[in-house]
Design a protein around this ligand. Structure first.
Ligand code: ADP
Length: 477
């Protein structure tokens, strides 16, 4: 089956979060199962420089007000690509979502290019039977398919984060090459505006999101205004967990670490800790439980609950390292916390892939106190690297971490700690639970081993997506 993924990020070239990781791993896992998956992305300079270009599919004199555009064929290792080369939209500073004045036009252009490939195919005669869009950036793709002419490929939308929806003025309708009749509740209209994600979720043949619990939550209180639509479409909505790319995230092969280790040699994990402490400016205190968070600093990530617990952690003899960037207020608050507790609290404001790897290999506990978490990857990486995740019981965090209880310890299924209420106090209670277990090294190692032994591979999810496509009636495909 021919499948075209459409997305705005691809690790290691363009990544702001989990979406980039998933786009690198899932298509390759599906290809390993025999599906002909290709990926359409904007031709960001970082991509153009890194991948092998293989010629032009089509040239358009004008696309979505951004001037001339070309669709190029390219190849990343093990992954055929199409790149939408439109310099006015995609060759500029600020990252994929910077310079918001023409955000709608840019991603409408990407969505339209996807529908073009779905209708016409490429010069070599390859045409996707399924167009699979990821997040709001591709939300108009099902609309261009629905309102366009010619062969109609099946369409699937995956929600990686429903908090980002791409909502723009209805005055842009014709600039975005949408017909007047698209502006209805059955189309792209959302409270009088154009809703990119809303339109995609209304018009796609199937919808998925990245964990079963999140699939339920977004039909209830967590849908950011799209609960009703998703509840209406619940028969077409599926929750499929993300996996971990072990070619990138494996402590046995990780070039970023001073000492590599695995389940058979857990003792080799130890040297990573003083190395990390030195790099971060933390005291090399071997006995201190080391808590860490690696996250976008966004209110939904719940890092304010960690701020509430800084003094508590320090008073209990723990250390805290935070690696993140985002909300300037949160950045400032963490910087102040580090100044207040030199050597005990350290903060790196910025994005550093290598440091993230080193953190998972050094920390005892990875804090993931998200208010909402569609799937979450850091708690999966933490388990593989022998750090125990401490998570709020929401979305994918609920589905992938087994909290420590007398029962889960007895049947050796526990992999971390969970708490329910999004309050500093509730997180503090879970921190206390972690500190108690830390004083019982044998049990700690049991939980650590269980986490390291949990695979979270991509093959199962890849099969689930192929099964999902197979549920679309033939006239859709
Ligand atoms: P989201 O996609 O909502 O940001 P995920 O947990 O799904 O959250 O994915 C986050 C990814 O981004 C992980 O790979 C994590 O290691 C990485 N990450 C987040 N912040 C940073 C940072 N400041 N430096 C390095 N990596 C980061």
């Amino acid at each position: 089956m021919n499948i075209l993924f459409v997305a705005s990020e691809l690790f290691p070239y363009v990544k702001t979060g989990g979406l980039g990781d998933v786009m690198a791993a899932l298509p390759r896992a599906m290809r390993a199962l025999g599906a002909e998956v290709r990926l359409l992305l904007p031709a960001y300079p970082a991509l153009l420089e890194a991948v092998e270009l293989q010629g032009e599919v089509t040239a358009l004199p004008e696309l979505m007000g951004g001037g001339p555009a070309r669709i190029l064929r390219a190849e990343a290792p093990g992954l055929p690509l199409y790149l939408l080369d439109q310099p006015a939209f995609f060759d500029r500073p600020g990252g994929p979502y910077g310079q918001p004045e023409d955000l709608a036009h840019r991603f409408a252009a990407l969505s339209w290019a996807a529908s073009f490939l779905g209708r016409v195919g490429d010069v070599a005669g390859w045409r996707p039977e399924v167009l699979h869009g990821h997040d709001w950036h591709t939300g108009l793709m099902p609309a261009y398919v629905a309102y366009g002419e010619g062969p109609r490929p099946a369409t699937v939308m995956t929600i990686h984060n429903i908090a980002f929806q791409g909502r723009f003025s209805a005055a842009l309708l014709s600039e975005l090459w949408l017909p007047r009749h698209a502006l209805t509740p059955e189309g792209v209209e959302f409270h009088g505006d154009i809703g990119f994600l809303k339109g995609g979720l209304r018009l796609a043949d199937r919808i998925s999101t990245v964990s079963p619990t999140y699939a339920r939550e977004i039909q209830l209180a967590g849908g950011h205004g799209l609960e009703g639509l998703l509840a209406h479409r619940r028969g077409d909505l599926h929750g499929i967990l993300n996996g971990v790319d072990r070619t990138v995230w494996s402590p046995a092969k990780d070039a970023h670490l001073v000492s590599r280790y695995d389940l058979k040699h857990p003792g080799r994990r130890a040297p990573n800790r003083p190395d990390f402490q030195r790099r971060m400016g933390l005291q090399e205190d071997p006995g201190a439980p080391l808590f860490a968070a690696i996250s976008r600093l966004d209110p939904l990530k719940g890092l304010d609950l960690v701020l509430d617990n800084v003094d508590h952690l320090v008073s209990q003899g723990a250390q805290l390292a935070v690696i993140g960037t985002g909300d300037p207020h949160a950045e400032g608050a963490f910087r102040q916390a580090a100044q207040r507790h030199p050597g005990r609290v350290a903060v790196f404001i910025g994005y550093d892939e290598a440091l993230a790897h080193r953190t998972f290999a050094a920390a005892d506990v990875i804090l993931v106190p998200s208010r909402q978490e569609p799937c979450g990857l850091t708690q999966l990486y933490a388990q593989g690297y022998g750090a125990l995740p401490l998570v709020r019981r929401t979305g994918g965090l609920a589905d992938t971490v087994v909290g420590v209880t007398p029962e889960t310890l007895a049947d050796d299924t526990a992999t971390g700690f969970q708490f329910d209420w999004a309050t500093g106090w509730a997180l503090g209670e879970a921190i206390n639970e972690a500190l108690r277990l830390f004083r019982d090294p044998a049990t700690w190692r049991q939980v650590q081993r269980r986490g390291m032994a949990t695979e979270f591979g991509w093959e199962g999810p890849a099969r689930a997506y192929l099964d999902l496509y197979a549920t679309i009636p033939p006239e859709g495909i």
